[in-house]
Design a protein. Structure first.
Lengths: 150, 128
């Protein structure tokens, strides 16, 4: 995982051609197989829902809308999990590389919502939260453990 | 007497949304502080600062204890760890799903019982 100012990024290289990866990203049955059961249609503006088994405090429901379908390179959808977490954006970008396809997944938009989202940006970005979490939190937790609080 | 509280991670998000409360946490990261010293750098009334401290107390980011006539506050950074863990949940979710995508792609093109796709993770792995 890479942390950006606005979300998280994963990159994976699959030993398959771009068109095959694209098909797996933009087909209802394929999405159900590797992601979650859904009523997806490959049409910009289409609203659909992923429904998984509830897990812990998560309802298992994600409400989505197709934002961009630039075959076979870029597929973006809005991603609304349980409130009060912000409506975010998931973007798949495909790039042909030697021996296959590099898939870049970016889950972003944490800075776009209300106050809770802004704090997520603080945590992910270069601001206060990031500095505290990345530089000071480990030391503070160590100190707590040493003092018998952790 | 020490008071702390357990609340949902979302409440921690709301608690640290306010810049003054983040500055209070920064001050408390230096160590336990009496309320008078915490109120000093701010151009707001001491009751207002106490109210912000109350919010931090309610979500468990700080604890409070009385020492003689003063109230002293202490940072509890494990609540911030909860937020980091929440982001790590998304990270794990996508990591698992993208591995499943590799298996799906292999299944669609190869005879059954072939292994999963070779995965190449981002070099910045471990950033959580």
């Amino acid at each position: 995982m890479t942390v950006t100012d606005d979300g998280i990024v994963h990159e994976v290289v699959y030993p398959h051609p771009v068109r095959r990866v694209w098909a797996a990203l933009t087909d209802r049955a394929a999405l159900a197989d590797w992601l979650m059961p859904n009523d997806f249609e490959p049409r910009v503006g289409h609203r659909f829902t992923f429904r998984a088994e509830p897990q812990g405090t998560w309802s298992g429901i994600v409400r989505c809308q197709v934002l961009e379908l630039a075959e076979p390179r870029r597929f973006a959808l809005s991603w609304a999990g349980d409130p009060p977490l912000p409506v975010t954006t998931v973007t798949f970008t495909l790039e042909p590389v030697e021996g296959g396809t590099r898939l870049r997944l970016e889950h972003s938009g944490f800075a776009a919502g209300g106050p809770p989202a802004l704090t997520v940006r603080d945590i992910l970005g270069q601001g206060w939260g990031s500095k505290l979490l990345r530089e000071r939190l480990p030391a503070l937790l160590d100190r707590m453990a040493a003092e018998g609080h952790g | 007497m020490t008071k702390t509280a357990k609340h949902a991670t979302e409440d921690v998000f709301s608690a640290i949304a306010h810049p003054l409360r983040r500055r209070l946490l920064d001050l408390l990261a230096e160590g336990e502080q009496p309320v008078n010293r915490l109120a000093m750098p701010f151009e707001v009334s001491r009751p207002a600062v106490s109210q912000h401290l109350r919010v931090l107390l309610e979500v468990g980011l700080v604890s409070e204890r009385r020492s003689g006539r003063e109230r002293r506050y202490r940072l509890h950074p494990d609540r911030l760890r909860d937020i980091r863990d929440w982001l790590a949940t998304y990270d794990r979710f996508w990591q698992e799903r993208l591995t499943a995508l590799g298996a799906h792609l292999d299944k669609a093109t190869s005879p059954p019982a072939r292994g999963v796709a070779q995965l190449s993770r981002s070099p910045k792995e471990g950033e959580q």
